[in-house]
Design a protein around this ligand. Sequence first.
Ligand code: FAD
Length: 469
Amino acid sequence: MTAGLPVEHELPDRVGVLVLGSGLAGCAALLAAAEAGQYAVMLEKTGDIGGSTVRSAGLSAFAGTREQLAQGIGDSVELLKKDLMETGRHVCDEALVDLYCAHQLETYEWLTGHGVEYGEVHAASGQSVPRSHPTDTTGMLVRLLQAAGRLGARLLLDTAAERLVRDDGRVVGVDVRTAGGTHRILADAVVLATGGFARSPELLDRFAPQMRHALIAGGDGCTGDGLLMGWQLGAGVVDTPYVKGTYGIFHEPHPDEDGTGILAVYKGAIAVNRDGRRFVDESLPYKEIGDAALAQPGVTTWQVFDAQVMAQSNDEVPIYEFAGRSRAGMLLEADSVDELEQRIGLPAGALVATVHDYNGRIAAGEPDDLGRAHLSGGVGRPFPLEQPPFYAHPSGTVVLATYCGLTVDTRLRVLDVYGEPIERLYAAGEVIGGFHGGGYMTGTSIGKSGIFGRLAGTHAAAEESELEW
Ligand SMILES: Cc1cc2nc3c(=O)[nH]c(=O)nc-3n(C[C@H](O)[C@H](O)[C@H](O)COP(=O)(O)OP(=O)(O)OC[C@H]3O[C@@H](n4cnc5c(N)ncnc54)[C@H](O)[C@@H]3O)c2cc1C
């Protein structure tokens, strides 16, 4: 997908702003730095652009957009902040939450101004009103890179930064391993946009051993390089206790599993374990459902739903693409709950009793024994599962993103373990920590990559050159 992009083959010796990583955080930083008049260059470790961004479900969390307005969804920055603080369990960095809130709408305008288009808005994890805006992420990155290229920015593929170079306390560039040895690129400022570490078994073992039985997704190059490079210079690392997996992925590797899984629970399904019992309030953020699923016997669970849920299938939103999963043979289907229970192989009568109890409480207006009052977050009312056919999706927990990382300030400068900025080093996207805190709202990972990536590029571009050109 690199046709038409400003790809360069020769390693430069000196640049203005050097961006590491070509996901959304890197592309936004590159374009912002180029728009600020800098000679901006991006290094991408793999042979293609996009990292986890292009594998994602493409949902961004914004509040107050034209799409929400057109759908009659009332939202506000105040409500977004309240939801972010609550989802983050108030251990998130409020200054970063404020930064997101203050710049989300202007970044949405900046992205749409560059031709990015968003589809129908949906509710998902941690949102008290629908604010997940879907987009084609590959198309988005191509647009940003083309715009940056028109301003003179350049992209080098198959080029991994190995170490940051520091002189007199300041970051002055990076070393890149080449076939012939090491090449040094000097820069006025460096932006780390290298993504998370879902693909590093060592870092997962170190920071998130609880994910030992989870499946893994994420860009191939997401091995925590930026985290290690910053760490080597004394950067702080935050939010590591809160690495969580996401619920809903097909329970074993499958050719049609794109890594996003489905969240039929947010459209009315229940989740059951091997005993045929519900084990969680299904309206909780999918990271919390993911934790609960990992604790179930055999680590396998099923999302069970009926024709009413299937009728809400949406091919444009991967997590709600139920019909596609059915076509791919990933759903078990039956005309009755009894038959479905047998097809899954659950203990006789267990699922029938669970569905009977669930439906009965809803019909009687009694509180749910697991506390479910909504479909997702604060949106929607549960309804009885009673319309055949019935479906089951074998569902596990997957590490899509790692959500913790380097400490940064509100200028996206990387801070050392004492809270002092490491001069001329910036970071954005999944490589940073602090923003999500103890929980996760859908769309805020891509959201923060765009918002903070753009800000990081702008601030990095403001560093005065000390290099001789
Ligand atoms: C299946 C899936 C679904 C998801 N769905 C959503 C969603 O709907 N909404 C949401 O908000 N989030 C979602 N996420 C998470 C989200 O996609 C990521 O957190 C986000 O895209 C990260 O963007 P980034 O720019 O920080 O990193 P990435 O997009 O991962 O890009 C980082 C890039 O840096 C490169 N790199 C790494 N090391 C080096 C190095 N040393 N030198 C040069 N380059 C390097 C990598 O190869 C990679 O290309 C999903 C993730 C997955 C895997």
